[in-house]
Design a protein around this ligand. Structure first.
Ligand SMILES: NC(=O)c1ccc[n+]([C@@H]2O[C@H](COP(=O)([O-])OP(=O)(O)OC[C@H]3O[C@@H](n4cnc5c(N)ncnc54)[C@H](OP(=O)(O)O)[C@@H]3O)[C@@H](O)[C@H]2O)c1
Length: 257
């Protein structure tokens, strides 16, 4: 049964969609475990949300590329907050748009280690707690790149196709248990994502020039809604794109004055 104040664990909560989701869930009274490599950011956010909403928070360093870091974070979060009911597998990144023929090994390894292995690590570490809690929800951050491909997207699209497969497999394996499994799959969202991918703010700005992208808060609202539905309702998948983006390569851009 849904507790009055479920505990949600969010990876990659230092900025972007993860931080916006923390804000959205705090306003609903969730207790929060927030992790990212930039620990100062997650600690500041946790303190702010705890003071503003009277919720309990746990914030600590988390690197999803390290099994030890994931286990330490998850165990400490559960010990601090008493349970883990919800997991938002959000930490992720893209690096560059190198063609498959030449994408450097270090680049595709970083994406797979974070987006694929990281999601497996967090899921394995948290699932025993979610099962023990007797009620829960696992949410994945997929992408429109879970559903299609584009030039230069081999590694990133590969990772997000894997996340889609994880989500669908976990739902099969948990069928009959009181745990829902969902994926929220955005198109273009203006966060630090493109700065990380292209290596500069100027290049990132060019991605959104002349069009209106989604905001992190739009995705947080999708996640909040998916979690808020009655227990018998499982939203398998949400694909959410800006109105200006009909497809990867079909983006409406207004002339710049
Ligand atoms: N923005 C988009 O257009 C878009 C579209 C579709 C899907 N997505 C997905 O949405 C998720 C969030 O992206 P975003 O747009 O919010 O990007 P963002 O603003 O760059 O945020 C990414 C978050 O992931 C964290 N992170 C990265 N590597 C990590 C690691 N090794 N360990 C722990 N945390 C790590 C970052 O924190 P630290 O750097 O502090 O560790 C940061 O909090 C990702 O999975 C991304 O693939 C984004």
């Amino acid at each position: 049964m849904r507790p009055k104040h479920p505990v949600a664990l969010i990876t990659g909560a230092s900025t972007g969609i993860g931080a916006a989701t923390a804000r959205a869930l705090a306003s609903e009274g969730y207790h929060l475990a927030l992790g990212a490599r930039r620990v100062a950011e997650v600690r500041t956010l946790a303190e702010e949300l705890g003071a503003e909403h009277g919720i309990r928070t746990f914030a600590s360093a988390l690197d999803v590329r390290s099994t030890g870091s994931v286990k330490t974070f998850v165990d400490a979060a559960a010990a601090s907050l008493g349970a883990i009911h919800m997991v938002v597998n959000n930490a992720g990144l893209a690096r560059g748009v190198d063609p498959m023929a030449t994408v450097p090994e270090s680049v595709w390894r970083e994406m797979f280690d974070t987006n694929v292995d990281g999601v497996l690590r967090v899921t394995q570490a948290t699932l025993p707690y979610v099962r023990a809690a007797g009620w829960g929800h696992v949410v994945f951050l997929g992408s429109t790149a879970s559903h299609g491909v584009y030039d230069g997207g081999s590694a990133y699209c590969g990772t997000k196709h894997a996340v889609k497969a994880f989500c669908e497999t976990l739902r099969l394996e948990l069928c009959g248990e009181p745990i829902r499994v969902s994926t929220v799959d955005p198109g273009m969202v203006e966060t630090e994502f493109s700065v990380v991918r292209y290596g500069s703010k100027d290049k990132a700005d060019a991605v959104y020039r002349g069009m209106t992208p989604l905001r992190a808060e739009d995705i947080a609202e999708c996640i909040r809604w998916v979690l808020s539905l009655p227990d018998h309702v499982n939203i398998d998948e949400i694909i959410v794109k800006p109105r200006d983006q009909a497809a990867f390569t079909r983006v409406h851009r207004r002339p710049q004055v």
